[in-house]
Design a protein around this ligand. Structure first.
Ligand code: PLP
Length: 480
């Protein structure tokens, strides 16, 4: 087949993409299909002979779009945002064309070198301590992981290697197995499920920590848990501080946790998956006070910094332990320049990696720090606008302090009534929210997600919520 066939397909798709995004407001945010909707629309087998690309274009609106949840609609308020912008989409196109696998420096030097520089640019934008940056000339540096979940696991595996080495120096007769069964990690009971899962995947015990009235882990809670575990003969080795929890966007007391972790020789990892993007604005950096005490820090530009998934930025003060944890060195992956630049295959779980630094480079150059800061501030202002509207309606209450672009709220009524409200909202499909629960209190979460979102969208979403609340409360009073 002609290797240059389908060139026109890519041009036509570029038009489809711009048209889709420009008109995203007109689409119903949640699809109205049943499980299995697609099977009758597609043949049972792949075609033996080529089809026309024009037929695929025709099928997009018939087969794909009816089953798409439109995450970039300004009426999508579920989960946390996932980022998207033209510069990042175009960078992914270029990455798809170069299609290199940058596992070592020589496998595509530009892929590694741009990543090192972009992680330095980004680290400086957040004002990370210089120990995390490659440009400081020390051991530290950054890497792009696929997800925050991988970053948490990679840090845990590095911490495990570090602690095993330390313990073997103190107790030369102890085997790896003697030590492994005693290792214990820590994280908030409000941490993302990927934190506890990292413990399961890493084969270690995990101690979930209670939170205070603001849903944050305090230093003394970590200290007490470590004391209890040491008394039981366990070996504390790893703690995760969450900056911006998934349920309510609470911020653990990093500074307090850092003092304890450093005192106890426990590796401190920071998971700032969503909220980390806000640290490009100096006024939010008070929330990362104590960052100099952390061993590793991670946030997702692919959540809130206009870089498409996947792009999870991770920095390590000393990557040696992770490099050692993952280092297997077959002959076919060796090269003459080993040691002069990072071979990122040692910093991550998979071997293969795409040229993801391109999308950071394009976004940072085409928006500039100023516009990215304005973008974050605008989302947070919209969250506060929504918060004020909720507060002005005496039937509702705010459940957690609004710090970023997430508002947690509920009707002043039972969990059942709030569940009925959410069911009505999502059933109508005009806006999309997901719930959460803390200490048996069920509430609704409204996240500002779309880069198209404006004040008028937030007002529309609030109007829809009030309308559904009227319906639910009317049904409640007639059923009494
Ligand atoms: N950590 C926090 C605090 C999150 O909110 C999330 C997802 O929303 C994650 C981790 C998982 O992110 P990822 O999908 O990049 O693994």
């Amino acid at each position: 087949m002609d290797p240059n066939a389908f060139k026109d397909f890519s041009k036509e798709m570029a038009d489809f993409i711009t048209n889709y995004l420009e008109n995203i407001r007109d689409r119903r945010v949640l699809p109205n299909v049943e499980p299995g909707y697609m099977k009758p629309l597609l043949p049972n087998e792949a075609p033996q002979t080529p089809e026309k690309w024009q037929d695929i274009m025709g099928d997009l609106e018939k087969i794909i779009m009816p089953g798409v949840t439109h995450w970039h609609s300004p009426r999508f308020h579920a989960y946390f945002p996932t980022a998207q912008s033209y510069p990042a989409i175009v960078a992914d196109m270029l990455s798809g064309a170069i299609a290199c696998i940058g596992f070592t420096w020589i496998a595509s030097p530009a892929c590694t070198e741009l990543e090192v520089i972009m992680l330095d640019w980004l680290g400086k934008m957040l004002d990370l301590p210089k120990e995390f940056l490659a440009c400081s000339g020390g051991k530290g540096g950054g890497v792009i992981q696929g997800t925050a979940s991988e970053a948490t696991l990679v840090a845990l595996l590095g911490a495990k290697v570090k602690k095993i080495q330390e313990i073997k120096e103190q107790h030369p007769s102890w085997t790896d197995n003697d030590i492994l069964g005693k290792l214990v990690a820590y994280g908030s009971c409000q941490a993302h499920s990927s934190v506890e899962r990292a413990g399961l995947l890493g084969g270690v015990k995990f101690h979930l920590l209670d939170v205070d009235g603001k849903f944050r882990v305090r230093g003394e809670t970590l200290a007490e848990a470590i004391r209890e575990d040491k008394e039981k003969g366990l070996i504390p080795f790893y703690a995760v501080a969450t900056l911006g929890t998934t349920c309510s966007c609470a911020f653990d007391c990093l500074d307090e946790m850092g003092i304890i972790a450093n005192r106890e020789g426990v590796w401190l990892h920071v998971d700032a998956a969503y909220a980390g993007s806000a640290f490009i604005c100096p006024e939010f950096r008070y929330l990362m006070k104590g960052i100099e005490k952390a061993d590793s820090f991670n946030f997702n530009p692919h959540k809130w910094m206009l870089v498409n998934f996947d792009c999870s930025a991770m920095w390590l003060k000393d990557p040696t332990y992770i490099v050692n944890a993952f280092n297997v060195d077959p002959l076919y992956l060796k090269h003459d320049m080993q040691g002069s630049a990072p071979d990122y295959r040692h910093w991550q779980i998979p071997l293969g990696r795409r040229f993801r630094a391109l999308k950071l480079w394009f976004v940072l150059r085409l928006y500039g720090v100023e516009n990215l800061q304005a973008y974050i501030r605008n989302h947070i202002a919209q969250a506060h606008e929504f918060e004020s509207m909720v507060q002005a309606d005496s039937r509702f209450e705010i459940v957690a302090e609004v710090i970023m672009g997430l508002v947690c709220f509920r009707l002043k009524a039972s969990n059942d009534v709030n569940e009925a409200l959410l069911k009505k909202i999502n059933g109508a499909g005009y806006i999309h929210l997901v719930p959460s629960k803390i200490n048996d209190t069920y509430f609704l979460r409204l996240a500002i997600c779309s880069r198209f979102s404006e004040s008028k969208d937030i007002q529309n979403s609030w109007r829809e919520i009030k309308l559904r609340a009227d319906e639910v409360l009317a049904e409640q009073s007639t059923s009494k």
